[in-house]
Design a protein around this ligand. Structure first.
Ligand SMILES: Cc1cc2nc3c(=O)[nH]c(=O)nc-3n(C[C@H](O)[C@H](O)[C@H](O)COP(=O)(O)OP(=O)(O)OC[C@H]3O[C@@H](n4cnc5c(N)ncnc54)[C@H](O)[C@@H]3O)c2cc1C
Length: 401
């Protein structure tokens, strides 16, 4: 083989078996590249919460060959409705139109359902109970090190190990993610399709607190209550007491569905988490090591794109790895392409979170008016800047990578 011809990849190491890591293993598999995933958790599973998968994410999942399985369980959303806690409509986004324009709907799905569909499609080995602690790079590859003192070798390393990534800490330094100032409580309620119209998405804005709900499977409604507060707190008491606290927080909200959903909630389903993000980073990798998903571009939930972007990352990265450029150049090309896409999303999601956290009544009044006035424009820019990107993966479309 000449010095100019990169040798074929034998094995890609992936740290982290979340949605990003597993989707990447599937994207590599499609390109004929072997990989192995190392997951810290003793079992491969994702949390009980729900995810909004925009049409760009669905187009990426379609390219990975799993959109039909997702659509079989995930309700397609017809419209995303936004209103104030007092019941004043802010606006409606007709996201149901996307299926005509792009061939895939915007859906909502249980996080573990999506994770399971991806996992079932992947034939790469997934090693659980494998906590990555660091890596060593050589001229021809990377050794990945684990908490039990063992190591594994591969041609390159993808750090898909989430917002507190160990790979990232070694690569870029140990700076923790930023706390946004608000906390999310998530849970699910059991409500029949007669009680809860399928495909409904509702986001309600109050002073310093928000409530969002949508169905993630027939008869299962996922909800999220967000409130400002200090980092690192926990709910004392039983799950029932947490539910009572949430009922009190949203008491008097105009939409009667809020109370109905909380009353139909399985208390044990409630999860609490500080919402974290990061500012865009100018560097995501060096040599044969790169980052992907939340490890690379942690963004708050406010635009519902974090998981969608992790899936897109995997497809783009796999495309660059078969470009013939050689590993370091392929990784840098992937990073440059994806930084341009995800950086503005990190910033936008953060800004929306700041608006959502406003507590002062005058500021809240102005926010709600501002959102209503800019509504149509915001929908157009969301479609243009976030959704339309996925058209590159529409069946028959030509893609650069
Ligand atoms: C409240 C909330 C709502 C959200 N809603 C949406 C939404 O509607 N739509 C959307 O697209 N996104 C949403 N997101 C964002 C989305 O959840 C994330 O962007 C997505 O899960 C990132 O996937 P990932 O694989 O990069 O990271 P993760 O899902 O965090 O997976 C990382 C994996 O790496 C493992 N790991 C960590 N450290 C190690 C280690 N040292 N060694 C080995 N394994 C390790 C972890 O156990 C985990 O399995 C939301 C996030 C939050 C918090």
């Amino acid at each position: 083989m000449s010095a100019q011809t990169p040798r074929p990849l034998r094995r890609v190491l992936i740290a982290g078996g979340g949605i990003g890591g597993i989707a990447t293993a599937l994207a590599l598999q499609q390109r004929g590249i072997d990989s192995i995933v190392f997951e810290r958790a003793p079992q491969l599973r994702d949390g009980g919460a729900g995810l909004h998968i925009w049409t760009n994410g669905m187009l990426a999942l379609d390219h990975l060959g799993v959109a039909d399985q997702v659509s079989a369980i995930a309700p397609a959303q017809s419209a995303c409705n936004f209103a104030t806690s007092a019941g004043r409509t802010i606006g409606t986004w007709p996201v149901g139109q996307f299926v005509q324009r792009y061939g895939q709907p915007t859906v909502a799905i249980g996080r573990s359902d999506l994770h399971g569909i991806l996992r079932d499609a992947v034939s790469a080995p997934v090693v659980t109970g494998a906590e990555v602690t660091g890596y060593t790079e050589h001229d021809e590859g990377v050794s990945l090190h684990f908490a039990d003192g063992t190591s594994e070798d591969g041609d390159l390393l993808i750090g898909a190990d989430g917002v507190r990534s160990a790979v990232r800490a070694q690569l870029l330094g140990p700076q923790p993610p930023d706390y946004t100032g608000y906390i999310a409580w998530r849970g699910h309620a059991e409500l029949s399709p007669e009680e809860f119209p399928p495909g409904t998405f509702q986001a309600l804005f109050g002073p310093g607190t928000r409530f969002t709900y949508y169905d993630i499977a027939p008869g299962v409604v996922h909800w999220m209550s967000v409130a400002d507060g200090p980092a690192g707190g926990r709910d004392e008491g039983t799950p029932e007491q947490t539910l009572d606290m949430l009922r009190a927080r949203h008491a008097g909200w105009a939409d009667p569905m809020v109370r109905r959903i909380l009353d139909a909630t399985v208390p044990e389903s409630i999860l609490r988490g500080d919402v974290l993000d990061r500012k865009p980073d100018p560097v995501w990798g060096r040599g044969r090591v790169t980052l992907l998903g939340d490890a690379a571009h942690a963004m708050s939930f406010n635009i519902g794109q974090g998981a969608c972007q992790a899936i897109e990352d995997g497809l783009v990265l796999a495309g660059h790895l078969v470009s013939g450029a050689g590993v370091p150049r392929a990784l840098r090309a992937y990073e440059a392409e994806r930084r341009e896409r995800t950086g503005p999303m990190q910033v936008l999601a953060h800004r929306i979170g700041v608006l959502g956290s406003l507590q002062n009544p005058a500021a809240v009044w102005l926010r709600d008016r501002f959102m209503a006035l800019t509504w149509n424009k915001t929908f157009q820019s969301t479609e243009r800047d976030h959704v339309a990107y996925g058209a590159r993966w529409k069946s028959g479309a030509t893609t650069s990578v």
